[in-house]
Design a protein around this ligand. Structure first.
Ligand SMILES: NC(=O)c1ccc[n+]([C@@H]2O[C@H](COP(=O)([O-])OP(=O)(O)OC[C@H]3O[C@@H](n4cnc5c(N)ncnc54)[C@H](OP(=O)(O)O)[C@@H]3O)[C@@H](O)[C@H]2O)c1
Length: 254
């Protein structure tokens, strides 16, 4: 039987893309996909420079950015030469510092990392996105989560933040449509990255994930990247304010 390679080939030559948290996991897969499609890709991470990461990040321009630092966020336009076509709000973390999100300070920290950062970064990037001439419109893609709509008792801050993040994209979608900017989110399901390493490693946590997922496996970062690059493309030119669920069917099980 002939194997058909039906992976979409996009052409982002000339486009400037910013992926927050592009050093590893989902953000890194997204940055790679845009870079392979010819975009000029900027990524952010928490460490001083790329030599502090195991991944080869040489295809990208690296910016150190703690996403809760508003002063640093305000410097983004200068660092991006005042030009941006696609913003991917991907940086995020649950249980910051490995602490309980039922702690008042940790709850706030989680909301700052997973929601407030996306508001500040998008807001600062808005004038650049407004100037974009990307076919299909400039795009904001934010990485939400199944916790955007499924309740859990262990990451209250993360869940509330991810619900807010999906809603925030709807607000941007209706506010900035007139400026030719589309804003969507991806509710990523259980995806194999550093963030979920503990769940993957502990059988009592891993098995229920596989049992509940109709596709009986974890998602790969590249499978989220495929959705992100589509959402930013002109194939999605009439698609805005939506949350797309990419989870192997996890969330549809009754
Ligand atoms: N994995 C999943 O199952 C899953 C499911 C739903 C949603 N998500 C979301 O997908 C996004 C990526 O997660 P991932 O699974 O790929 O995790 P990951 O491999 O741990 O990567 C997280 C990325 O975010 C950056 N980051 C974390 N905290 C930051 C902070 N305070 N300031 C700046 N950058 C920060 C990290 O930078 P450093 O490398 O410098 O630490 C890294 O680049 C997150 O928003 C996460 O909530 C993941």
């Amino acid at each position: 039987m002939t194997q058909v390679n039906n992976t979409a080939k996009y052409d982002y030559s000339g486009a400037q893309v910013l992926v927050t948290g592009g050093t590893q996991g989902i953000g890194n897969a997204i940055a790679n996909r845009f870079s392979e499609a010819g975009a000029n890709v900027f990524i952010t991470g928490t460490r001083a420079d790329t030599s502090e990461y195991e991944n080869d990040l040489s295809a990208f321009t690296y910016l150190q950015l703690e996403v809760t630092d508003l002063d640093a966020i305000k410097q983004l336009p200068e660092k991006l030469d005042n030009r941006l076509d696609v913003l991917v709000n991907n940086a995020g973390a649950s249980l910051p510092g490995g602490q309980s999100e039922w702690d008042h300070d940790v709850f706030e920290q989680s909301v700052n990392i997973n929601l407030n950062s996306a508001f500040h970064i998008s807001h600062v990037c808005y004038p650049m996105l407004k100037k974009s001439e990307l076919q299909g419109g400039a795009a904001i893609v934010s990485i939400a989560s199944l916790t955007s709509f499924l309740a859990n008792d262990f990451v209250p801050g993360y869940g509330a933040a991810k619900a807010g993040l999906a809603q925030l994209m709807k607000t941007f979608a209706i506010t900035w449509a007139k400026d030719g900017i589309r804003a969507n989110s991806i509710a990523a399901g259980m995806t194999q990255t550093r963030m979920t390493q503990m769940v993957q490693m502990i059988p009592e946590m891993n098995e229920p994930v596989l049992e509940r997922t109709p596709m009986s496996r974890w998602g790969q970062p590249e499978e989220i990247a495929g959705c992100a690059i589509y959402l930013a493309s002109s194939d999605a030119s009439f698609l805005t304010g939506q949350m797309i669920v990419v989870d192997g069917g996890f969330s549809i099980v009754g």
